[in-house]
Design a protein around this ligand. Structure first.
Ligand code: TRP
Length: 432
């Protein structure tokens, strides 16, 4: 069976809360136990530096997040579990990708645009307070993903654009230097609930409405008592729809338990009793993990050793792969200098004709530039042979010969097409 590689990163800026557990930790740990799956989970501490300038908090958060994942059942024998900053190949790959990434692509990143919009709204200069780190965030993330040839990247919806950008970077690199990268796909688990927070909005640090995953029992009880409810009195039937309390319960309960609470809502359970039930349910699940968590946090040296062992394993892949990539771009030992450039390198940077059939049943061709841009588009031909002959004629006689049977793509000059045709002719001649 071929294995699918899953990879995801966790930014080390905060303390895990119940929403992180339900939305990310629990499903990721479960996924890592499935057969045919190879998992890479890592602490994205380079990313954390973009958002947080407090060194103590970065270190503390790294410890708490690592301990939380281990306490929740992550098995570092099964999962390659490491800290991003222990892999020097990642910033090195970031630079290689930086050089094939359009600045315009990064301009379109949601997080960067949001920062600009905020400045515009406040009447400030558009890049005010924006670091180059924030701008480059997607490239660092692309390096994380492409480094380990991940097929699937489980993320929240807000991260999907970043995975698409990683695909773009990988495709640009492959196009220029040959097939080195696997193009990743985002996975959003539709079954995973987004947990509401104390105020009913999505549980998130930015709304300050979270319940920490590993606080004391008493703290947990207090937090749960603080969940907003409506003002219906005991005995009055309650709505499960829109009830944060109910949704949090459901995220932890078995279907039978959920059904029982639904009935209790209809029967008019008092909010205080419903909160008590939620507390007992969550506390029962968290308690064994909390004990492991406390033990882990008391022994940071052990976590450090676990992370270093994970990094060593990750580098068994990263080190040789980066060597391959360096050679591909030309960062090569001079002792291996070749007299002539390799035929393969020349071949990968050529324009190409593509023939295809459309839904209308007709046969078309187009000419695309070495960088993938469309240069020329034909009209429909009745048979593939006719399209082939038109291409041959175009190559023999130039663009003028095909009047009316093809059109230049928007913004493309005739000279550019002629140059592409010439490059193809020269490459063909060199092969003979
Ligand atoms: N940016 C991600 C987040 O904020 C964290 C992250 C960093 C990540 N590198 C990654 C996620 C690579 C998936 C893959 O959630």
């Amino acid at each position: 069976m071929s294995t699918t590689r899953f990879l995801t990163g966790i930014t080390t800026t905060g303390t895990p809360h119940l929403g992180n557990y339900v939305g990310s930790i629990r499903p990721s740990v479960a996924a890592s136990l499935r057969p045919g799956v190879q998992s890479f989970y890592f602490l994205a501490d380079y990313h954390a530096l973009i958002k947080c300038e407090d060194p103590v908090r970065i270190q503390r958060s790294t410890l708490e997040i690592a301990a939380s994942w281990l306490a929740a059942g992550l098995d570092p024998e099964q999962v390659t579990f490491y800290r991003q900053s222990d892999i020097p190949e990642i910033p090195e790959l970031t630079w290689l990708l930086t050089c094939v990434t359009g600045k315009g692509l990064l301009n379109r990143a949601h997080a960067y645009k949001a920062a600009q919009d905020k400045n515009a709204a406040a009447g400030r200069e558009q890049d005010d307070g924006v670091t180059a780190g924030l701008f480059m965030y997607p490239v660092l993330m692309g390096a994380d993903i492409l480094m380990f040839k991940a097929h699937k990247v489980p993320v929240g919806r807000d991260q999907v654009q970043h995975i698409e950008m990683a695909r773009d970077m990988g495709a640009s690199f492959n196009h220029l230097y040959g097939e080195h990268f696997v193009l990743p796909e985002a996975v959003i688990d539709e079954h995973v609930a987004t947990l509401p927070g104390l105020d009913g909005r999505k549980m998130s640090k930015s709304y300050d409405n979270t319940i920490p995953l590993f606080c004391s029992r008493e703290q947990l009880r207090k937090h749960i008592q603080g969940i907003v409810t409506d003002s219906r009195a005991p005995g009055e039937p309650k709505d499960t729809e829109g009830s944060a309390l109910f949704q949090i319960y459901q995220a932890f309960a078995t279907p039978e338990q959920t059904k029982a609470l639904r009935q209790a809502y209809a029967a008019g359970i008092a909010w205080g009793d419903a909160k008590q039930q939620l507390f007992e349910l969550v506390d029962g699940i968290v308690t064994p993990m909390r004990e492991r968590y406390e033990a882990l946090v008391q022994d940071p040296a052990r976590i450090e050793a676990t992370l270093l062992a994970g990094a060593q394993r990750a580098r068994e892949t990263a080190t040789p792969f980066l060597r391959e990539l360096r050679a591909a771009v030309g960062l090569r030992s001079l002792a291996q200098t070749r007299a002539t450039p390799s035929a393969k390198a020349a071949k990968t940077a050529l324009p190409a004709f593509k023939q295809y059939r459309e839904k209308d049943g007709k046969f078309y061709f187009k000419l695309v530039a070495a960088d993938g841009r469309l240069l020329l588009q034909s009209t429909g031909f009745d048979a593939p042979k006719d399209a082939g002959q038109a291409i041959a004629q175009l190559q023999r006689e130039g663009l003028g010969a095909l009047d009316g049977r093809c059109t230049l793509a928007e913004g493309v000059a005739q000279a550019e097409v002629q140059a592409a045709l010439q490059a193809l002719a020269e490459a063909a001649a060199a092969k003979e």
